[in-house]
Design a protein around this ligand. Structure first.
Ligand SMILES: Nc1nc2c(c(=O)[nH]1)N=C([C@H](O)[C@H](O)COP(=O)(O)OP(=O)(O)OP(=O)(O)O)CN2
Ligand code: ZN
Length: 145
């Protein structure tokens, strides 16, 4: 999908963006969610933005493929509610688009934190439907950068 994404302000020298998609089912376990209380599926489109001042020994901030693998391998053709990241008993962890975007950022940042050159995830754009998307920008403290 060709898409114009919102820009994120930062002062890092390098920024990379990776687009990918995954198919997943979910439901929102809340009375207020209306028809979204029922199990249904989406093809989620994600754009992940990584920034940093230093490259690794390959000249990468991070391999584009790694970003996709971290998320696609975990969530594609799954029920999001069944993943350990989400919790039907805690609204902060319902698999809404907002929480899913934050979860994607957290999973990626946890991997980035293992790299010596310490790139950071500065934005996750997550489109759930043709008309609905969320942009999540981790606070500096949350991304440790
Ligand atoms: N703030 C949020 N609102 C809604 C979420 C969400 O995650 N965060 N999720 C849903 C449903 O899961 C639904 O899949 C998406 O809702 P919606 O955009 O209303 O879907 P439609 O395709 O029916 O939208 P139309 O533009 O009316 O066609 C609901 N709300
Ligand atoms: Zn949905």
């Amino acid at each position: 999908m060709q898409q114009i994404y919102p820009q994120v302000n930062h002062s890092y020298a390098y920024e990379l963006n990776k687009d990918f998609h995954f198919a997943a089912a979910h439901y929102i376990p809340s009375e207020e969610a209306g028809q979204c209380r029922r199990v249904h599926g989406h093809t989620y489109f994600a754009n992940v933005t990584i920034a940093g001042d230093t490259l690794d020994s390959t000249g990468f901030l991070i391999n584009f493929a790694t970003i996709k693998q971290l998320i696609h391998d975990r969530f594609d053709h799954r029920v999001l509610n069944e993943d350990a990241s989400f919790d039907d008993e805690n609204p902060e962890l319902f698999p809404t688009t907002e929480v899913a975007a934050r979860t994607i950022a957290d999973i990626i940042q946890a991997h980035l934190d293992t790299l010596p050159h310490r790139p950071v995830c500065v934005q996750v754009f997550l489109r759930e439907t043709p008309t609905s998307y969320v942009v999540y920008r981790p606070k500096a403290g949350r991304r440790h950068g």
